[in-house]
Design a protein around this ligand. Structure first.
Ligand code: NAI
Length: 358
C-alpha cells in the first residue's frame, strides 16, 4: 500500500527539534512503523503543479495524509486521477483543502484528528483579541525602534472588559474561546451558528445566540471566526457584511483565510471601518510575499496581528495530531471502526454537520 503525506518543510528547526512532527523531516513519526508492515511511505512538501510530488504520487496512493498548515489541494480534477485513493487523513483539524463533494462522489473517506488542536487555537484567538484591542504590536514596535511615545499607542488602546465579543461558529474552538473569555468581564458574549449550543453549555458561558448574521456583527466590538470553510462560508465576511460591523470593531480569524474576502478586509482596515484584523490563516498558503494582509494597517498605523499558519501546530498540538493520525491509520489498516467524531466524509456521504447544512 502506498501512503502519501504532504507536509511542510521544517528545515534546520526540524532537524534540531524532533517534536516538530508535522514536517517533512520528522514525517509524523510513523515511517518505521509503516515500513515495518511493508507499506510504502512517500513524504514531500512539493504540492503545486503537474510536476509536483503530490500530483505524481496521488495517481497510485491508497492513503493521503495532508496538513492544513501546508495544504495539498485535492481538487475535483485531481480526484479523477486518484484512482486508488481510499482515505484522506488530515493531520490536524479542517479538511477544506480536500474537495469534500468529490470525496463523497468518489467514495473516498475523509477523516481529521478532531479536537487535536482546538485548545491551541482557542488560546491563540484570545491572545489575538487582546493584542488588537490593547494595540500591542505598534507598542512593541515603538520599543524596538528605540522610541518611547506612549500617547502614540495609548490613543488606540482599550480594555476588553465591557466589550461585546461574538463568535461565528460555536463548535469546539468557538466554545473554548467563549469559556476562556468569561473572566474578562465582557459586556456580553454572543454567537452565530446554525447549530445552537445545548442549553446548559450556553448557560455556562452565558452566551446569547443571534440568528441573523448582519444583526450579529452589528452588535459586536470583536468578531472571531471559528467555523469551517465550505460553500456556505467562503467569502462570508465580505464588503457588504463589513459595512454592518460597528465602526472600529476588531476581527480575528484563525478558521480559514478564504472565509474573509482578502481585498474587502484590507480596504476596511485602511479606511478604519475595522480597527484591526488578526489571524494565522490565509486564502493561499504559503501566502505570497506581496499579500496585502502582511502589511495592511489602520489609519493610525496599527491593527495588524497576522502571523503564519501556526496557531494549531504548537508542539503540544503536533504530538496530539501525530498520535491521532497514526490511530486513524491503524484503524484503517486493521478494518476497525473509526472514532465517529473524526469522520468528516464516510464512504459516499457526509458524516459531519459542521461543513454546511445539507
Ligand atoms: P467544529 O466542527 O467543532 O465546529 C465548527 C462549528 O462551526 C459548528 O458548530 C458548525 O455548526 C459551525 N458552522 C458551520 N458553518 C457555519 C456557518 N455558515 N455559520 C456559522 N457557524 C457555522 O470545528 P472546530 O474544531 O471548532 O474547528 C473549526 C475550524 O477551525 C476548522 O474547520 C478549521 O478550519 C479551523 N482550525 C484552524 C486551525 C489553525 O491552526 N488556525 C486549527 C484547527 C482548526
Amino acid at each position: 500500500m502506498k501512503v502519501l503525506a504532504i507536509l511542510y518543510k521544517g528545515g534546520s528547526a526540524a532537524k534540531e527539534e524532533p517534536r516538530l512532527l508535522g514536517t517533512v523531516e520528522n514525517q509524523l513519526g510513523i515511517r518505521e512503523w509503516l515500513e515495518s508492515q511493508g507499506h510504502e511511505y512517500v513524504v514531500s512538501d512539493s504540492k503545486e503543479g503537474p510536476d509536483s510530488d503530490f500530483q505524481k504520487h496521488i495517481v497510485d496512493a491508497e492513503v493521503l495524509i495532508t496538513t492544513p498548515f501546508h495544504p495539498g489541494y485535492l481538487t475535483a480534477e485531481l480526484f479523477e486521477k486518484a484512482k486508488k485513493l481510499k482515505i484522506c487523513i488530515t493531520a490536524g483539524v479542517g479538511s477544506d483543502h480536500i474537495d469534500l463533494n468529490s470525496a463523497v462522489k468518489n467514495g473516498v473517506q475523509v477523516l481529521e484528528v478532531s479536537g487535536s488542536n482546538v485548545v491551541s487555537v482557542a488560546e491563540h484567538v484570545v491572545m489575538s483579541i487582546l493584542l488588537l484591542v490593547r494595540n500591542f504590536v505598534p507598542a512593541h514596535e515603538v520599543i524596538e525602534r528605540g522610541d518611547w511615545q506612549v500617547s502614540d499607542v495609548a490613543r488606540n488602546a482599550f480594555d476588553l472588559e465591557g466589550k461585546v465579543v461574538g463568535t461565528i461558529g460555536a463548535g469546539r474552538i468557538g466554545y473554548r474561546v467563549l469559556q476562556r473569555l468569561l473572566p474578562f468581564d465582557c459586556k456580553e458574549l454572543i454567537y452565530y451558528d446554525y447549530a445552537p449550543l445545548p442549553e446548559a453549555a450556553a448557560k455556562t458561558v452565558n452566551a446569547r445566540r443571534v440568528e441573523d448574521l448582519k444583526d450579529f456583527v452589528s452588535q459586536c466590538d470583536v468578531v472571531t471566526v471559528n467555523c469551517p470553510l465550505h460553500e456556505g462560508t467562503r467569502g462570508l465576511v465580505n464588503a457588504d457584511l463589513l459595512k454592518h460591523f460597528k465602526k472600529g470593531a476588531w476581527l480575528v480569524n484563525t478558521a480559514r483565510g478564504a472565509i474573509c474576502d482578502k481585498d474587502a478586509v484590507a480596504a476596511a482596515i485602511k479606511s478604519g471601518q475595522i480597527n484591526g484584523y488578526a489571524g494565522d490563516v490565509w486564502n493561499v498558503q504559503p501566502a505570497p510575499k506581496d499579500h496585502s494582509w502582511r502589511t495592511m494597517k489602520n489609519p493610525l498605523g496599527g491593527g495588524n496581528g497576522m502571523v503564519p499558519h501556526y496557531s494549531g501546530t504548537t508542539l503540544d498540538a503536533q504530538a496530539r495530531y501525530a498520535r491521532g493520525t497514526k490511530s486513524i491509520l491503524e484503524n484503517y489498516l486493521t478494518s476497525k471502526a473509526q472514532e465517529p467524531q473524526n469522520v468528516i466524509v464516510g464512504v459516499g456521504k457526509y458524516e459531519t454537520k459542521a461543513y454546511g447544512q445539507r
